[in-house]
Design a protein around this ligand. Structure first.
Ligand code: MOS
Length: 738
């Protein structure tokens, strides 16, 4: 990547809308195309290397040991008991340095908590090192720990009377506008109900894994991480070394869904053990350890209040939520985040309070906030529509605000009602029958709908691009590909701006030593890193125009040629010794000048067995508007994943902690039920045309988490329409329906 030639910088802060985009010129005509991930073949053939697949010379294996108590103090680790076992090298029990998962809510903080004090069941207290994985694992299973147990806080329901108010997490914990109590007392129509959602686990296919080694005081980690830039900084802090001495490489990541936003315990443990032993250490978490010792989505309890005029127009909306976390952790599930701007209502109360428990650390999981908050809000809207005798789509249409109902600012772009209308037409919504009137043999059949929204965030991102004399473009940023298609989408953006086909573009991702990136998370990945790549390429394009002596607007780049004034020149010839540019995007005033979110509508048809209460999803449709769709295939795949998550949230997923000791009892993929193929029917996705000039120069908005937000509510609403049973306690297992 390094080389001779000119170096330039192109920096943009989103203070103003950016009305025109080079992606609209259609020069290369590859942007938005439904192109498959070009690295996909490597993934299915096993040649794309994931963290656990890296090896190093003289490498040893580490297996973490978790504590079998939910509260108390570790008073002894009998390392001698296993040191003599064949193949066992050592046990490292440097408690103070062992870490819980960190960096929740999109912001990576340095973990400081030592672990002599046991905060939750399964917390890691040692790493056993062996010449082979089997030796280390066998010994880890036998390592005697002595623990002085203490009373723990394990029962959310028993403790929920005691809460405290945490600091902000994207949104303030408490928001009040007007007088909701009065609105509830005076409005002709009101609704008040409480919903609960269980703990969940991200359950990414690839477990958390790291290979760590030190070379002259510098640590390299091949690790499974969503944000290498921030994760390297956090790890350096935790280890007490300088930032330039930690490098994280995450070339491919097998899913994260929030659980890999921050550094997780195995990387710190491997790094410390490697430093002590003077050998590379690989540590891969067992599936049970992923459940016990990384991070969960908190369970929630959510009270929804609605107050409306006789025609259903909301005058008041209340969304008061409880969630849980460890005694010294302040992350809260921002369940009300979507509620702030989804519907009308001048009297508003949106709150989040924390119940302190000794259960698995709570943190971000896919669409933190909306994913579970909208289960409640969108169920409530369905219940209210039924109470009012209004079609649920019509109720939402009447309450679609024309500006942000709290801040009073415009929406950057918003097609919620349009998504509902297009979906209704395509799904056959008009054939929906009154509840419990449609039978198919022993199955009740029904339709449900819910809105989708997910806030759109832009984070600081940089990328470097270099064009060489052969006309090949190299693009580099510390962005990651967590299965989403980042390599392909960034190549499409670069290719469109530079007029280059895929074969002439190389994208390098996943290295904390590349230009800083916000990585993958919060649905900000493609837009942020894509904007940085766009700006870098725009600058190279400007330099090419300069060399030709023409205005950039008077030049077309196509198929590797620069065309201007009836001349056509290979861009490699113009590049000479090479042109290098750094692109940099920063959030600016647009963040507050407009409210930015992506929107959609979910439709579901379900069948409920009249004898057993079993629910089968028969078909689903998601219609989404998220600005420019950068790649219609990878975007669709994101939405398919979201709908599938919605099926899990509605029907199957529930992480259960034993109230006696805080143990996660169903901590594997056999007992924690993510939807499998047989649970997922034909899913259809449609995107509406949209450009958002306020979001970024790509005119795109986040899409990763939009598909999950609201999806489960459409299923719950369809269950009600099918059989007339309303379950407010997610997931809707058959015992609750019968
Ligand atoms: Mo997402 S939960 O911000 O990876």
């Amino acid at each position: 990547m390094l080389g001779l030639g000119d170096k330039h910088t192109n920096s943009l802060t989103m203070d103003q809308p950016v009305p025109s985009s080079l992606l609209d010129t259609g020069a290369q005509n590859i942007i938005s195309k439904p192109l498959p991930r070009y690295e996909g073949a490597k993934k299915v053939s096993g040649t794309a290397r994931y963290s656990a697949e890296f090896t190093a010379e003289n490498m040893a294996y580490g297996v973490l040991v978790g504590v079998g108590h939910g509260s108390g103090t570790v008073t002894g680790v009998d390392a001698d008991a296993i040191r003599g076992l064949p193949g066992v090298i050592d046990v490292v029990t440097d408690f103070k340095s062992f870490l819980r998962n960190a960096g929740q809510g999109g912001e990576t903080k340095a973990p400081t908590q030592g672990v002599e004090e046991v905060a939750y069941f399964g917390q890691f207290v040692a790493i056993v090192l062996g010449e082979t994985y089997e030796a280390a694992r066998g010994a880890a299973l036998q390592l005697p720990l002595t623990v002085e147990p203490a009373e723990g806080r394990f029962d959310f329901d028993a403790l929920k009377g005691e809460t405290d108010t945490p600091p902000p997490n994207n949104i303030p914990a408490h928001y009040t506008q007007g007088d909701l109590d009065r609105a509830m007392a005076e409005a002709p129509l009101t609704f008040d109900a409480t919903y609960t959602t269980p703990s969940q686990n991200s359950a990414a296919m690839e477990p958390h894994a790291s290979l760590a080694y030190w070379d002259e005081g510098k640590l390299t980690i091949y690790g499974s991480y969503q944000i290498p830039t921030k994760d390297a900084i956090a790890l350096a802090k935790a280890l007490g070394v300088s930032q330039k001495n930690v490098r994280i490489v995450a070339e491919y990541v097998g899913g994260g869904f929030g659980s890999k936003l921050g550094i997780s315990p195995e990387s710190a443990a491997a790094a410390i053990a490697s430093r002590q032993l003077g050998r590379p250490i690989k540590c891969v978490m067992l599936r049970q350890q992923v459940f016990d010792g990384t991070v969960r989505r908190s369970n929630t309890e959510q009270r929804v209040r609605l107050a409306a005029e006789a025609d259903g127009t909301l005058v008041g909306i209340g969304h008061e939520t409880l969630c849980a976390n460890l005694p010294d952790e302040d992350f809260f599930e921002p369940a009300g985040i979507g509620t702030h701007s989804l519907y009308k209502g001048e009297h508003r109360v949106i709150t989040h309070d924390l119940v302190r428990v000794n259960l698995t650390l709570s943190g971000s999981m896919r669409a933190p906030g909306e994913a579970v908050g909208m289960l409640a809000i969108e169920s409530a809207m369905d219940e209210f529509a039924e109470q009012l005798g209004i079609d649920p789509i019509e109720l939402r249409r009447r309450n679609d605000p024309d500006k942000d109902p709290e801040k009073g600012v415009p929406f950057s772009s918003r097609q919620l009602t349009r998504c509902l209308e297009v979906g209704a037409e395509r799904f056959g919504w008009s054939k929906r029958q009154p509840k419990a009137t449609r039978r198919d043999g022993e199955w009740w059949v029904g339709l449900g709908v819910a809105a989708a929204t997910r806030n759109n965030l832009l984070e600081k991102n940089a990328a470097k691009a270099r064009l060489n004399a052969a006309g090949h473009l190299f693009v580099e940023t510390a962005m990651t590909d967590i299965g989403t298609g980042s390599y392909t989408v960034l190549a499409q953006i670069a290719g469109e701006v530079m007029g280059l086909p895929f074969e002439r573009i190389t994208v390098k991702l996943g290295d904390s030593e590349s230009p800083e990136s916000s990585g993958s998370g919060g649905s900000w990945g493609a837009c942020g890193s894509g904007s940085a790549v766009y700006l870098a390429c725009e600058e190279i394009r400007n330099q090419l125009a300069k060399k030709l002596g023409v205005d950039p607007d008077a030049m077309t780049l196509k198929d590797g040629m620069a065309i201007a004034e009836n001349r056509s020149t290979p861009i490699g010839d113009l590049a000479g010794e090479g042109i290098e540019a750094t692109g940099e995007i920063n959030p600016g005033k647009q963040k507050d000048a407009v409210t930015q979110a992506s929107y959609g509508a979910h439709f579901a048809e379900v069948a409920v067995n009249a004898v057993t209460g079993e629910v089968r999803v028969r078909r689903m449709l998601g219609v989404f508007a998220a600005g420019r769709i950068l790649n219609r295939q990878t975007a669709r795949s994101q939405c398919l994943g979201g709908l599938t998550f919605g099926i899990g949230a509605a029907l199957t997923e529930e992480l259960i902690h034993d109230v006696r000791n805080g143990k996660a009892v169903n901590h594997d993929l056999a007992e924690y039920h993510v939807p499998v193929n047989a649970d997922v029917p034909q899913l259809e996705i449609e995107f509406l045309e949209e450009r958002d000039v306020h979001s970024n120069p790509l005119h795109a908005k986040g899409i990763g988490e939009l598909g999950i937000s609201g999806a489960g509510a459409a299923i719950a609403n369809a269950v009600y329409n099918a059989c007339g049973v309303r379950v407010r306690d997610f997931p809707l297992t058959l015992d609750k329906i019968l």
